[in-house]
Design a protein around this ligand. Structure first.
Ligand SMILES: Nc1ncnc2c1ncn2[C@@H]1O[C@H](COP(=O)(O)OP(=O)(O)OP(=O)(O)O)[C@@H](O)[C@H]1O
Ligand SMILES: [Mg+2]
Length: 355
């Protein structure tokens, strides 16, 4: 199996540079997930690797070949798109075998490949159906089957599950994890879904505005984000950010009536008067924390197993507080949101992590 390497890759559309210098190494068999806000360049980067877009600068390496000038069909990749238009008049069998037939592969060999892909994807009983006779998840599996029969060195997936309903997404997510185990190929996968990214990835690449903000394992990014952007992007619901000014080893919060929270391990290093942002994840609130913020519940979401309370202080900062035992909470309740100050992360005015 091949790895993929991007070296100083840049891409412009006219005067607009949308990929602004990307260096990335993806090892053979690795499952890498690209995340980032809409328009940050995820699909463009995938299309660059596929050879569907030319680059303005840099090198794309697949296996040990620089493929900048290699035709997409000769790169050893297969791409599965979000809109996976199947040929409506063809059966599942013919849809899956189409690329092989087009390439002049003998009929018996096509049949063998299609059967093997159908076995892996549990489509064996559906080979004679047409796409309109399939469920969304089955169609999506056919689209993946079309890619499998080509035996790519690298699979590229661009939000392949975003058209499916919640239950099917969960099911297909597990299928894709299984597929990766069985095929042992390199996979590069774009998603907006936090759970997909966290559960599928060996390595997550967080992109913003055409540059990489951070690369790491899912838990590395969650536990140790390099900056406020990554801290806010990884984790759902989002990390809370509280603005304030350092005063005598505490952060005097700008929007919480002069309430203070201890600075923990940063104190001493940060002079009085410094503006900092403190980050605390919703799930890190708990009854036993020594730091406390007096707030009022504004919106309460009961999810059954857990509750999220969106609390404020009359100001514009809303605090998301997660609770396991929050069933009794209702809007208007005043309470103290408690947390362990050791769980705080601090960011400077540039958004870089201070501690
Ligand atoms: N053919 C094009 N011509 C000009 N600009 C383009 C073209 N294709 C994409 N762009 C721009 O390049 C940037 C990156 O687009 P891209 O499709 O890679 O984003 P993305 O991260 O996949 O977003 P999304 O999450 O919405 O799919 C965007 O600002 C987009 O408007
Ligand atoms: Mg996209």
């Amino acid at each position: 199996m091949s790895g993929v390497e991007l070296k100083g890759v840049r891409k412009s559309y006219g005067a607009l540079e949308v990929i602004r210098g990307v260096d990335l190494e993806i090892k053979p068999k690795e499952f890498v997930v690209f995340v980032g806000p809409s328009g940050c360049g995820k699909s463009t980067l995938l299309r660059i690797i596929a050879g569907l877009e030319t680059i303005s600068q840099g090198d794309v390496i697949i296996g040990d070949r620089v493929v900048n000038d290699v035709d997409p069909s000769k790169r050893g990749i297969a791409m599965v798109f979000q809109s996976y238009a199947l040929y409506p008049h063809m059966t599942v069998r013919d849809n899956m075998g189409f690329a092989l037939r087009f390439a002049g592969v003998p009929k018996s060999e096509i049949e063998r490949q299609v059967r093997e892909a159908a076995r892996i994807l549990e489509l064996e009983n559906l080979l004679d159906r047409r796409p309109k006779e399939l469920s969304g998840g089955q169609r999506q599996r056919v689209a993946i089957g079309r890619a499998i029969v080509r035996h790519p060195e690298v699979f590229l997936f661009d939000e392949p599950l975003s058209n499916l309903d919640a239950e099917l997404r969960v099911h297909m997510r597990i299928e894709i994890a299984r597929l990766h185990k069985e095929l042992q190929t390199t996979i590069i996968y774009v998603t907006h879904d936090q759970v997909e990214a966290m559960t599928l990835a060996d390595k997550i690449v967080v992109l913003r505005d055409g540059v990489i903000e951070q690369v790491g394992t899912p838990l590395d990014l969650y536990d140790d984000p390099a900056n406020q952007f990554v801290a806010g992007f990884i984790g759902s619901p989002k990390m809370n950010f509280l603005e304030g000014v350092v005063e005598n080893g505490s952060l005097l919060l700008a929007h919480y009536d002069g309430q203070k929270i201890p600075l923990g391990p940063v104190s001493g290093k940060v002079p009085d008067g410094t503006r900092l942002v403190a980050g605390i994840r919703p799930e890190h609130f708990g009854p036993n924390g020594s730091a406390r913020l007096a707030v009022t519940a504004e919106i309460v979401e009961h999810l059954g197993g857990e509750t999220f309370v969106y609390a404020g202080n009359g100001g514009r900062e809303i605090l998301t507080v997660g609770m396991h035992d929050g069933r009794a909470f209702k809007p208007g309740d005043k309470f103290e949101a408690a947390f362990d100050p050791a769980k705080l992360m601090f960011f400077d005015s540039q958004g870089l992590r201070v501690s």
